[in-house]
Design a protein around this ligand. Sequence first.
Ligand SMILES: C[S@@+](CC[C@H](N)C(=O)[O-])C[C@H]1O[C@@H](n2cnc3c(N)ncnc32)[C@H](O)[C@@H]1O
Length: 401
Amino acid sequence: MEVKIEKLDNLGRGITYINNKICFIPNVLPNEIVEIEITKENKKYLEAKCINIKESSPFRITEECPYSNVCGGCQLNHLCYNEENRFKTNKVKDLLFKYSHIEKEIIEPIKYQERNYYRNKITLHGNDEKLGLYGIKTNDIIPIQECLLVNKRINEIIKYLIKNNINIEEAIIKTSNNEDKIMVSIHGEINNKQELISKCDVVIINGEYLSNEKRIITNINKIQYKESIDSFFQINKTLTEELYEEIKNSLKGKNINNALDLYCGTGSITIYISDYCKKIIGIDYNKSNIEDAIINKELNQKDNIEFICDKVENQIDKFTDIDIIIVDPPRSGLDKKTIDNLIKIAPNQIIYVSCEPITLARDLNSLQELYKVVKVKPFNMFPRTYHVECISVLERKNVEK
Ligand SMILES: C[S@@+](CC[C@H](N)C(=O)[O-])C[C@H]1O[C@@H](n2cnc3c(N)ncnc32)[C@H](O)[C@@H]1O
């Protein structure tokens, strides 16, 4: 069947309509004429695969990645980078307008940097001597030799593990942002453990540390952070600094006594902005994150920071008299109790860092009862995928506290 692609959906899939039913097709672009084969029929929608492109988009590029149509990691390998950035900007504009009536004009131009080799972390999966990434919508392993998203040092270790793989179930590889430190955690068996230890700063095999060090040290701008294998750390090695600078810039000139950094991970934002606040408290429920955050606070000699290891929703009703709150929740966004308490605490400013514009749009809509969204800036932290990060600045409307 031949169809014309109308537009892309939020997941980067092409949309067409067949007998008034929406049909989703991966790896196609708007205005392309393509031959498709239906792969799934549901009451409300269809899914199809493209079997031939009859008229191609001028924005289509030759895919650089050999695993493009089988690996589930990237969805936009076939789209040129300018258009990828335009797609993400429009996605943010459309979602925020649709769900929270935020005017499209306030969305600032997207920030982006290199499209390749930007990640400082990869998780590989394995079985039967295969080692690679999960396929599209499956847990089938697609063996890889290298990945275009991760930095050079990680790719070297991927090649090494492939060569020495006896039976690896999972391998996590992380580097510092400047790639001078590397850590590897493996579940399974490999040859040449000693050689791996000589190549890495931290090696963990089946939960056992084979190196003296347990953490690697990395930096964002001039600040140093220690991170463990199980801790959260922003994966984009260069754009994170720009994101954090944006947060810092929106605090400049403000007289901040008390601040909260909710979902603080290893305390990276907390520490980055701590000089702008008299006191700042970071909260995260992950024990490894908070252990690292406390080490990082000491490493950077900050004595105006406190970290709490708990769920935000268990702690949020304990605070009053807060000037600024930063939230950086997981993709699911903020829960109702947290939103209700943000409105009750009523800080002058909320800075919302989000990796999921759909939940961001929902939450901004709830917060608009008391806050005006004065700025939204998208960051292409995850090139080649449909994901986009955003920072939103909210100022309290002029109402009695
Ligand atoms: C997107 S990360 C943000 C990390 C940090 N702001 C940064 O820039 O590195 C989200 C964090 O939320 C934490 N988290 C998820 N749900 C939580 C909850 N209900 N309460 C507290 N922390 C939570 C995770 O452990 C993770 O560190």
